[in-house]
Design a protein around this ligand. Structure first.
Ligand code: AMP
Length: 212
């Protein structure tokens, strides 16, 4: 299964991607996580990406295309993969095509902007990659990661002003991908539900149809 997850920031791509990865036993590649890791390590990649991310803008296409090319060439991806947060623009999608990658399905998780804004204000993340929401996916102990016990924090780019910019970026640069993939006949959409498990059920239903 070669899968792309599309959706606004905070639509639940990361959460669903983790569940799909577990069920289908395929790796999830999240460009946002890779870039945040690079920032944390203080690498050249991190330094070049940080200002774009803090402003809610897209990191230049050639940077993320390079990351994806490296990952997809590894053995871990040979039986399939989930792309979470890539492509995010038409040129990125064209670059993926040019790599000769045949995607089975592009799953768009649809959530209206007002809900996205409410969700992002409650998001708490951990350095281990786990993600929570104070109301919808609370950790067992307030502000402590269930998986590793570290303190949770608010992502720098989840601040209200940056969220507005990220949504604008999504609508202008990423949303046109829906038409791009619909034209190829591989777009599927799922309405993001209040409960994570309900969205997961719809996602699995949709993927089961693709498998057939
Ligand atoms: P995410 O964790 O997917 O919400 O990504 C966080 C930020 O990383 C985005 O707001 C962008 O600045 C950057 N980013 C992640 N993936 C991409 C991509 N495919 N193209 C450009 N920038 C990206």
């Amino acid at each position: 299964m070669k899968l792309i997850l599309l959706g606004a920031p905070g639509a639940g791509k990361g959460t669903q991607s983790a569940r799909i990865s577990e069920k289908y036993n395929i790796p999830a590649i999240a460009t946002g996580d890779i870039l945040r890791g690079a920032i944390k390590e203080g690498t050249e990649l991190g330094l070049s990406a940080k200002s774009y991310m803090d402003a809610g803008k897209l990191v230049p296409d050639d940077v993320v295309v390079g990351i994806i090319r490296d990952y997809l060439s590894t053995d871990a991806c040979k039986n399939g993969f989930i792309l979470d947060g890539f492509p995010r623009s038409i040129p990125q999608a064209e670059a993926l095509d040019a790599m000769g990658v045949n995607i089975d399905v592009v799953l768009s998780i649809e959530v209206p902007d007002d809900k996205i804004i409410a969700r992002m204000s409650g998001r708490r993340v951990c350095r281990c990659g786990a993600s929570y929401h104070v109301d919808y996916i609370p950790p067992k102990v307030e502000n402590v990661c269930d998986k590793c016990g570290e303190a949770l924090y608010v992502r720098e780019d989840d601040k209200a002003e940056t969220v507005a910019n990220r949504l604008k970026t999504f609508h202008t640069q990423t949303e046109p991908l829906k038409e791009f993939y619909a034209a190829k006949g591989i777009l599927a959409t799922v309405e993001g539900q209040e409960e994570v498990a309900d969205t997961t059920a719809l996602v699995f239903e949709t993927l089961a149809k693709v498998e057939r």
